[in-house]
Design a protein around this ligand. Structure first.
Ligand code: COI
Length: 357
């Protein structure tokens, strides 16, 4: 694939964050972006890297009106030896194409999209932060841009990748978060779009999250749509519970996001010889385990958050403190293991890391 590169002029270059210890998530973007266009008669064309900036969208663009928008989230890391690492990047692009199928959008050629991403990262490599706990967040996105108001799949799309330095996703960092078990609203039903990384899933989650935030919670824990009984996910993370000697996470039945970090955790704990189950887990079982002292830990997993320990679960007006409100041993060990592989401070027995520079 030929990629046209237009470099930002020296007057367009932005100042890099002065203090990496204060990086939050999702506000700072590098100097360039990758784009390509799709038309049904032509396929993908016009692959290019340009200075980061506004893109022009017709106000009748179908993605704005009917929500054909999908995205991914992955990271590049400045390794300890100063190399640049990607972590399981291909998995994100495969998931992107699965999301595209669900939303009636065209798939991308994974090798070409990854080539565009790598060129962009290398061009803006000085934007990759160097301190511990920081990384370069990568956001591939596709939006329907045909100007048309009838409801049908769009015939044209724009694909772009933007990148920017990030620190911790939650303001808590690695400190445990408080989660509210949502029993009024639902995120996704079986047969819906829950397993796609579609913008609409996030819009659906906002009201519950805002109400929970007002009550002092970081996130909501979604239950299944049919019975409001089984654990689903947190919306920005998949969830794991360590009960007795079993590490449990919800199965991929179609309503939750198949997380790359979720899969990595499953592989690691299996490798450690622990008992691990992808099974339906009711909120009643979690609360029961909490009451009888069997709930050892709960934590979320996600690209943005990595491992986020849960210190409190609130359900039916009752607060349940998990792991004494601290980061549990397993959560810490998993965080250390994943981060060590990502930054290359430990060998990568899984072949997850790709070095691009
Ligand atoms: C990620 O973990 O990368 C995500 O995309 C979740 C969230 C920031 C929307």
């Amino acid at each position: 694939m030929e990629i046209q590169i237009t470099r930002a002029g020296s007057g367009q270059l932005k100042p890099k964050p002065a203090d990496e210890s204060r990086l939050g998530f999702g506000d700072i973007f590098s100097d360039h972006m990758f784009l390509m266009d799709f038309e049904s008669e032509k396929g993908w064309f016009n692959a290019r890297i340009e200075p980061y900036g506004n893109i022009s969208i017709d106000p009748a663009a179908m993605g704005i009106h009917y929500g054909q928008e999908i995205f991914e989230g992955l990271k590049a890391y400045r390794a300890m030896d100063r190399g640049i690492h990607l972590f399981r990047a291909k998995e994100n692009f495969k998931r992107f194409n699965r999301s595209a199928v669900r939303l009636c959008m065209p798939d991308v050629d994974i090798e070409s999209a990854m080539e565009g991403m790598k060129k962009l990262i290398l061009l803006d490599k000085d934007w990759i932060p160097k301190s511990e706990g920081t990384s370069l967040y990568i956001r591939p996105t596709m939006l329907a841009n045909e100007p048309h108001l009838g409801v049908r799949p769009s015939r044209s799309y724009v694909f772009f990748i933007i990148i920017g330095p990030v620190g911790a996703y939650y303001k808590e960092g690695l400190n445990p978060v408080k989660i509210y078990v949502e029993d009024k609203y639902i995120r996704a039903a079986l047969g819906g779009t829950g397993e796609a990384k579609a913008a609409g899933n996030y819009a659906t989650s906002l009201l519950a999250a805002e109400e929970a935030k007002e009550k002092g919670f970081t996130q909501v824990l979604w239950l299944d749509a049919a019975e409001r009984k089984y654990i689903e996910e947190v919306g920005t993370m998949n969830m794991f519970f360590f009960i007795g000697d079993e590490v449990i996470t919800a199965p991929l039945t179609g309503s939750i996001l198949p997380g790359v970090t979720r899969d990595s955790v499953l592989q690691i704990v299996k490798q450690w010889g622990m008992k691990v189950s992808e099974r339906s887990l009711s909120i009643d079982e979690v609360i029961e385990a909490s009451k009888n002292g069997n709930l050892k830990e709960a934590f979320g997993t996600g690209t943005a958050a990595v491992i986020s320990p849960v210190g409190q679960i609130t359900y039916n007006g009752e607060d349940h403190i998990v792991a004494g409100g601290k980061m549990g041993e397993l959560s810490q060990k998993l965080y250390d293991e994943i981060v060590a592989i990502q930054y290359g401070t430990k060998p990568d027995p899984y072949g997850w890391v790709e070095r691009i520079d």
